[in-house]
Design a protein around this ligand. Structure first.
Ligand code: ZN
Length: 407
């Protein structure tokens, strides 16, 4: 058994727990030091730090304080790890904690977070999920159940001072092109709600003002939200500071490629069992700038899909040049329109695409002017036939249940 290294407290506020942090900064002190070969268990709270409740009101999703996310457990120092090395992380297991055995999916309001389809679905909604062993089901989305592909949405090592400064410069330049945009172009440093772990009080004001937000994926990994980085996978992280400083959180019971509703996976608290080792000088040896990983030998096995195509012509009919984002959005919108024919609301269909083991592919990226993106929807997750036939679709979903609205 992996030995417990970080235990979280669901009754205490996250800010009172020094083994949690919600920013990236090279001076956040290590919570613990381990040796190569060690196996240990890290507990994590959900990414919002308990702001979302298991109820039928989406008010908490509407007003969620996104300046506080993501709460991560760590950083953990690995003895002998130095800048330029690769930190090898085996995700031995990822699981649910009995104190918090449920999950949620939110559609964020356009004025507070938004999502991939925020123009079509601008209002806050919430679905809560029940875990039946390997399977997830929701009282808010009937007639669908699927095996979860459980994974940390966010995992990575601390940045160096230089890397942090690079992030702030390039993201600041993007932000400055349209500072009033809703939702914003990127999340800039914000000191008032920074939780800097166990950092000495005297150091916090300066560090919190420059510490990077945890929202985007970056060179160190971070918030990649890759569903296939699931339990059983092996990840190779670039090391930027002495000891590496490995942190993780934002555990998802399941997620579709793209995590399209933004709070789009099945979000949960949980644990990760981890084993670490080091490849000395591995970054240069293998030409590595961003993490690489080997996926798990154990994943949900769905073999039948209905695949939706999308091209880079947007909703207004405007032609875009090889734009994979526009193309994937069209594939998603096409899948939602299809699911609505069986009785789902648009919001329910949107949430299914964000949570079920849906695959997103860039199928063509050279055939000017249209990129072609495809969305693979596993048909076996529905308890009714959903392939097209000459008889037309039947409304198998009766419309009695829907995602929770703001009350
Ligand atoms: Zn998440």
């Amino acid at each position: 058994m992996a030995k417990p290294l970080i235990k979280v407290d669901f009754k205490a506020s996250p800010e009172k727990q020094p083994y949690l942090h919600n920013r990236w900064h090279p001076e956040i002190p290590m919570v613990a030091w381990v040796k190569p070969g060690d196996e240990f268990r890290i507990e994590c709270i959900d990414w919002t730090g308990g702001q979302i409740a298991n109820d039928n009101n989406a008010k908490d999703v509407q007003v969620v304080d996104l300046s506080k996310v993501h709460y991560l457990s760590g950083p953990i120092g690995v003895k002998g790890a130095e800048p330029g090395d690769l930190l090898v992380v085996d995700l031995l297991d990822v699981g649910v904690l009995p104190e918090s055995a449920w999950g949620f999916t939110g559609i964020f309001a356009k004025e507070n977070g938004g999502g991939f389809l925020t123009d079509q679905y601008p209002d806050a909604r919430k679905a809560c999920w029940n875990f039946s062993g390997l399977y997830a089901n929701s009282r808010h989305i009937p007639r669908v159940e699927f095996a979860g592909i459980i994974h940390p949405g966010l995992i990575g090592c601390l940045p160096s001072k230089e890397l942090l400064s690079t992030w702030n410069t390039r993201e600041g330049a993007l932000f400055a092109t349209d500072p009033q945009r809703v939702p914003p172009l990127c999340a800039m440093p914000y000191a008032p709600t920074a939780h800097m772990g166990g950092m000495a009080k005297s150091k916090i004001p300066k560090a919190a003002a420059e510490a990077a937000r945890t929202v985007p994926p970056r060179e160190h990994g971070g918030n990649c939200d890759i569903k296939n980085l699931s339990r059983g996978s092996k990840i190779f992280f670039p090391v930027y500071v002495k000891g590496g400083g490995l942190s993780m959180g934002d555990i998802h019971f399941s997620q579709g490629d793209g995590e399209i509703t933004f709070c789009g996976a099945i979000e949960m608290a949980g644990f990760l069992d981890v084993r670490v080792s080091i490849i000395k000088g591995g970054m240069k040896m293998y030409g590595i700038k961003n993490p690489i990983f080997q996926p798990s030998p154990v994943e949900p096995k769905y073999s039948r899909f209905l695949i939706f195509e999308g091209i880079s012509v947007d909703e207004s009919g405007k032609q875009h040049y090889l734009d994979a984002t526009v193309a994937y959005r069209q594939a998603c919108l096409n899948a939602i329109e299809y699911l609505k024919k069986f009785g789902y609301s648009g919001e329910q269909a949107y949430a299914i695409l964000g949570t079920a083991p849906v695959e997103g592919h860039i199928s063509g990226i050279v055939d000017i002017p249209n990129a072609c993106a495809t969305l693979y929807l596993p048909t076996e997750i529905f308890d009714f036939p959903m392939m097209p036939t000459s008889a037309g679709p039947t409304k198998f979903v009766d419309g009695k249940a829907d995602l929770a609205v703001v009350k």
